[in-house]
Design a protein around this ligand. Structure first.
Ligand SMILES: NC(=O)c1ccc[n+]([C@@H]2O[C@H](COP(=O)([O-])OP(=O)(O)OC[C@H]3O[C@@H](n4cnc5c(N)ncnc54)[C@H](O)[C@@H]3O)[C@@H](O)[C@H]2O)c1
Length: 314
């Protein structure tokens, strides 16, 4: 089973690739990105490749030369950045995905995993316990590309029987990699600032509550979705979540470990994006159909983040 991860050097890819290599063997996992990390540049590793997903010929070459059967497509422009460069957001998020789907059907790729996002929801979507099937009318370019992407993967599944699978990820919190320009980035930055300076100025308001997930749960969701039997899956796209908290609630939780920590609020343009997203997500279909079950809540995640970051940041 040869696996290609595209967008491998981003927040999720840089932790997914080692997890996949550990599980499926180092030589079976190719990591590709437009941004090449210093480490892979210096190691000259033939399993770490340069790829611009908009270059379909290069993508096809990598897929055929390495006999790829599974693709994780993670390359994207995230919510906050896409609001500033909407045309580029559309180009990479949609034309990049189209290239993957076309290569998928022409090269008999067995499975494609492509993350969607809670950004598919919009101001008219029910905000609390948001169901899997609901109103999808986002007002951000990122959300528009994710809804379009969901429609595209359904189309390729119905029309060409391509096995594409997706989860709508909430904000992802990691102790290893910094986030790549999303609206939930504050939930990672706050830990670095709390440890280094005992102070954080939040770009979201005190009572802004959003769905979140700790990286170990995100990685296990991606691998569980890959390994789910086709007969278990009744749809292509699943809501998943593990916790929801406001900025004030995470600050309070951090204060239990770092009592001197203070938080201030200075909302910027990202507040408008956050205002259109749900507070909490109903992921009962993922739990029922492929046994999704996260391990970390706010308390366990905060404890682990502080323990791990302390060693590196201080
Ligand atoms: N991190 C989150 O909180 C979150 C939440 C919801 C959904 N998602 C989705 O998960 C996926 C991965 O997110 P992430 O947080 O790792 O993103 P990221 O921004 O950290 O990483 C994306 C990676 O894609 C690469 N990339 C961008 N354009 C490319 C191109 N043209 N060709 C090849 N590579 C390119 C970038 O260099 C980067 O390394 C994305 O689809 C994102 O929308 C992430």
């Amino acid at each position: 089973m040869n696996i290609l991860v595209i967008g491998a050097n981003g927040q999720i890819g840089s932790e997914l690739v080692p997890a996949l290599r550990e599980k499926f063997g180092r030589n079976n996992v190719i990591a590709a990105d437009k941004k090449i990390s210093k480490k892979s540049k210096s190691s000259n590793d033939d399993k770490d490749l340069f790829l611009d997903v908009l270059n379909k010929e290069s993508l096809e070459k990598i897929v055929s030369e390495n006999d790829i059967q599974i693709i994780f497509h993670l390359a994207a422009i995230l919510s906050a950045i896409a609001e500033n460069v909407p045309q580029k957001g559309w180009d990479i998020n949609i034309n990049g995905l189209m290239n993957i789907l076309e290569v998928g059907r022409n090269h008999n790729i067995k499975k494609i995993i492509w993350p969607s996002s809670i950004a598919v929801f919009g101001p008219k979507t029910p905000k609390i316990n948001t169901p899997n099937d609901t109103i999808l009318r986002p007002t951000t370019m990122y959300g528009i590309t994710k809804v379009s992407g969901e429609l595209l993967i359904n189309y390729y599944h119905e029309k060409y029987d391509l096995d594409v699978r997706s989860v709508r990820l909430p904000g992802i919190i990691s102790n290893k990699t910094l986030p790549g320009g999303g609206t939930t980035d504050y939930a990672v930055e706050i830990f670095y600032e709390a440890l280094k300076n005992k102070k954080y100025i939040s770009f979201l308001k005190r009572d802004t509550k959003l769905p979140m997930m700790y990286m170990p749960d995100c990685i296990s969701a991606m691998i569980m979705l890959l390994e789910a039997e086709s007969s278990q899956l009744k749809r292509r796209v699943y809501n998943i979540t593990s916790m929801s908290f406001s900025v004030e609630e995470i600050a309070q939780e951090i204060k239990r470990h770092i009592p001197e920590f203070v938080i201030q609020y200075d909302p910027d343009f990202r507040q408008e994006i956050a205002n259109t997203w749900p507070e909490s997500i109903n992921d009962s279909l993922a739990r029922k159909e492929w046994k999704w079950n996260p391990s970390y809540d706010l308390c366990a995640m905060t404890k682990d983040m502080i323990q791990k970051l302390k060693k590196r940041v201080l």
